[in-house]
Design a protein around this ligand. Structure first.
Ligand SMILES: C[S@@+](CC[C@H](N)C(=O)[O-])C[C@H]1O[C@@H](n2cnc3c(N)ncnc32)[C@H](O)[C@@H]1O
Length: 256
C-alpha cells in the first residue's frame, strides 16, 4: 500500500510550534555555545584561501547573516571575532535563549524573528557570509525559491554561502522516512517523532537547486549520529561552500 502523503506541515505556524517545542523540551537539540564544527572549518578555509589568493580577509570587517540562528552558537562565534551578525529565527524560545547569551558580551548581533523563506529586510549586496546550518530543511519548495533568491540578492558579489543540508545518498534512514511518511514536495518526509517536515537532497538535486544560482566551490558528504527521542540515528549531510559569482546571474524575477 502506498503511504498517504501528509499535508506539508511547512506552514510557518506549524513549523514554528514544532521548533518552539523542541527548544523547550529537546528531543534532538542539545543547546550549546560551541560553534558547529563545519562553521569553524569553513571559516579557517575562507581565511586560508583568501590569503593564498593574495587578498587576505579579516573577520571583524565582515557582515554575516545566520539563517535559522537557533540559540546563536554560530552567530556568537562570528561576533566574538568582531563581525557584524544578523540572526534570523522563527522560534521565540530560541530567540530568547540567543539574546540572553549575547548580552554577556560586547558582540554586535541583531536577532530578528523572521521566516527565512520570506523576503529579507536587508539591503542588496550587503552581506559577506550567509550561514544555513541545517535550517532550511523544513522550507516548502515554494519558500525555498524565495530563500535562494534572497540569499543571492543580499550577498555581496564574491560573498560566500555555507550550507549544511540533509543528504539522501547513502542514508537508509532518510530513504525509509521518505517512503513511510512522505510530505507533499519531492524528497520530503514528516518526521514521526518531531512532526517536522524535512527535505533530503541527492548530490544531483543539491547541485540543481543551489548550482543554478551559486558557484559550488566544494560539496562534501559527512555522516553524523543524532539522538532523537532517546534513539540514535545515523544521518548524512551535505556541506557546501558556495559563492556568488558573475558567472551565475540573478534570475530575471530577482533582477526586477
Ligand atoms: C537544526 S536547528 C539549527 C540551529 C542553528 N543553525 C545551529 O546550527 O545551531 C534549525 C533552526 O532553524 C530554525 N528554522 C526552521 N525553519 C525556519 C524558518 N522558516 N525561518 C526561520 N528559522 C527557521 C529553527 O527554529 C531552528 O532554530
Amino acid at each position: 500500500m502506498t503511504p498517504r502523503k501528509r499535508e506539508h506541515g511547512g506552514q510557518e505556524e506549524t513549523q514554528k510550534e514544532q521548533w518552539d517545542k523542541e527548544y523547550k523540551a529537546s528531543q534532538m537539540l542539545s543547546p550549546s555555545n560551541v560553534p558547529q564544527v563545519d562553521v569553524v572549518r569553513f571559516t579557517r578555509w575562507l581565511k586560508k584561501s583568501a590569503k593564498k589568493a593574495g587578498e587576505p580577509i579579516e573577520i571583524y570587517e565582515m557582515s554575516v547573516l545566520d539563517l535559522g540562528s537557533g540559540t546563536g552558537r554560530n552567530s556568537f562565534y562570528y561576533a566574538q571575532q568582531g563581525a557584524t551578525v544578523t540572526g534570523y529565527e522563527l522560534s521565540d524560545t530560541a530567540l530568547k535563549m540567543a539574546e540572553k547569551f549575547a548580552r554577556h558580551g560586547e558582540q554586535q548581533i541583531t536577532y530578528r524573528k523572521q521566516d527565512i523563506g520570506a523576503p529579507y529586510q536587508l539591503a542588496t549586496g550587503s552581506i559577506d557570509i550567509v550561514l544555513d546550518i541545517t535550517s532550511s530543511n523544513s522550507l516548502s519548495d515554494k519558500k525555498r525559491e524565495v530563500y535562494l533568491s534572497e540569499v543571492h540578492r543580499v550577498l555581496k558579489p564574491g560573498g560566500h554561502f555555507l550550507v549544511r543540508a540533509l543528504a539522501k545518498d547513502g542514508d537508509s534512514n532518510a530513504k525509509a522516512l521518505v517512503a513511510q511518511n512522505p510530505g507533499v514536495d519531492p524528497d520530503t518526509y514528516v518526521h514521526p517523532d518531531l512532526g517536522l517536515v524535512e527535505k533530503v537532497f541527492s548530490r544531483e538535486t543539491f547541485m540543481q537547486t543551489y548550482g543554478s544560482k551559486f558557484e559550488i566551490l566544494d560539496l562534501a558528504r559527512v555522516s553524523h549520529y543524532n539522538m532523537v527521542a532517546g534513539r540514535k540515528y545515523k544521518r548524512n549531510y551535505w556541506i557546501a561552500y558556495l559563492k556568488k559569482t558573475d558567472a551565475k546571474q540573478a534570475s530575471p524575477q530577482e533582477a526586477k
